[in-house]
Design a protein around this ligand. Structure first.
Ligand SMILES: [Zn+2]
Length: 58
């Protein structure tokens, strides 16, 4: 399986819940997978392309 197909499978996974997060760099809000937040994985801001981590307990 190609990387692209794998990525699309993840993107199309309807079982993944999302949460709205705010970018600390530009303040833009975007929806990110809740699993990433709970694991404190880095997320990419779609507005300014900054990588940031959202901590589930604030
Ligand atoms: Zn941003």
């Amino acid at each position: 399986m190609s990387f692209f197909a794998s990525a699309m499978n993840r993107f199309n996974d309807k079982s993944t819940s999302t949460s709205t997060v705010t970018c600390p760099q530009c303040g833009s809000k975007s929806k990110q997978p809740s699993s990433k937040i709970s694991r404190e994985q880095a997320m990419l801001c779609p507005s300014c392309k900054a990588l940031f981590v959202v901590h589930p307990r604030g």
